[in-house]
Ligand binder design. Structure first.
Ligand SMILES: Cc1cc2nc3c(=O)[nH]c(=O)nc-3n(C[C@H](O)[C@H](O)[C@H](O)COP(=O)(O)OP(=O)(O)OC[C@H]3O[C@@H](n4cnc5c(N)ncnc54)[C@H](O)[C@@H]3O)c2cc1C
Length: 319
């Protein structure tokens, strides 16, 4: 592995590879280090990605890796363990195999962690029959019995949203707050069944979700269960560089954490950019890819500005 790059990109999902494609086409020396576990890996297909509708998540990224390589970008499978600032303003990046590389700029696209509700059997079905986003999975479970697991104040909103895809929606209040009269009226008017009993587990048949088990032992048949996950930015690597995460609120409720950045992805620390789910929790694949392109272009502009400053100084010194 060459040890000096214009840009090292940590994370090779949609955001990281799109940043690498932009930088490779801008004739920059770019290295992507990717642990190979994109957030949507458990899903069968990527939906609402124009031109590649339904392609498997790993196939989409494999095609992206090839495209990056076509412009001279390097992609390696591995995990970045630490990144530190060097005296010359660049960065030293250490991988889990002990190798080190240096870069003038860093783009961190490490995504987020979905922290799942603690219900037995739920994690095993995550991304298959336990779902978080109707735009990603709603069409596939249209007209079927869909449960919504209430875990916070946004659960009513979630149940009304999923109702767009099926008339058979059940809201399990589980650990969600008590409903007020308006919420009960809205759910009743839209034909959403409300179950107050706590959920204790999931039932499966042939490895697929068949029902939701309640504390009283009763099982409500369900083909899909929508859940709200806590969305935690994978930003640990950045803490050592002085970039902290911040809470993200939706409807007055903390839904997770993000790495703050400006619209180009620039963080508060010079030379460090972020893109995709690590900074924008609700971004889908196409939005994450677009953010990677924006960050790539911004980094290239930043490098051009530095190179121009140096060229002017060198010219003045030579005069
Ligand atoms: C179950 C599920 C299904 C989904 N389905 C859809 C869908 O159909 N359509 C859609 O548009 N969106 C979908 N999404 C959302 C989609 O997954 C995200 O929008 C997208 O993955 C964000 O891209 P990203 O590049 O920011 O992060 P990711 O795709 O998560 O990529 C981050 C990459 O960084 C790597 N990484 C992390 N830390 C390190 C490290 N220290 N060193 C090296 N590499 C590291 C990871 O292994 C991973 O490969 C779905 C999400 C889930 C949970």
């Amino acid at each position: 592995m060459d040890t000096m790059y214009d840009v090292v990109i940590v994370g090779g999902g949609a955001a990281g590879l799109s940043g690498a494609l932009t930088l490779g086409r801008a004739r920059r020396r770019v290295l992507v280090v990717d642990a190979g576990r994109p957030r949507n890996a458990p899903a069968e297909g990527v939906h609402t990605y124009l031109g590649r509708e339904g392609l498997s998540p790993l196939e989409l990224l494999a095609a992206g890796r090839e495209e990056v390589a076509g412009y001279g970008g390097e992609v390696v499978t591995g995990t970045v363990e630490t990144a530190e600032r060097l005296e010359d303003g660049g960065f030293r990046v250490v991988l889990d195999d002990g190798s080190e590389v240096r870069a003038a700029r860093l783009l961190v696209t490490t995504g987020l962690v979905d922290e799942l509700p603690d219900v037995p059997g739920l994690a095993e079905l995550w991304g298959k029959d336990v779902l978080h986003c109707p735009y990603c999975h709603g069409w596939e479970v249209r007209d079927q019995a869909i449960g919504v697991l209430g875990t916070g104040p946004l659960s009513v909103h979630q149940a009304l949203l999923w109702r767009q895809w099926s008339e058979g929606v059940t809201l399990f209040l589980h650990t969600a707050p008590e409903l007020d009269a308006d919420q009960r009226e809205q759910l009743a008017a839209r034909g959403v069944t409300v179950v107050a009993e706590k959920v204790t587990g999931l039932e499966t048949a042939g490895g697929r979700l068949s029902g939701v088990r309640l504390a009283d032992g009763h099982v409500v048949p369900c083909r899909a269960l929508a859940v709200g996950t806590r969305l935690t930015a994978r930003g640990g690597l950045l803490a050592g560089l002085g970039v902290e995460t911040e809470d993200v609120e939706m409807g007055g409720h903390v839904i997770g954490t993000r790495v703050p950045a400006d619209p180009s992805g620039a963080t508060s620390v010079p030379g460090v950019w972020v893109a995709g789910n690590v900074t924008s929790l609700v971004e889908q694949v196409i939005g994450s890819a677009a953010a990677g392109v924006r960050a790539g272009a911004a980094i290239n502009a930043d490098l051009i500005a530095e190179e121009t400053r140096r060229a002017v100084a060198a010219r003045a010194a030579a005069a």
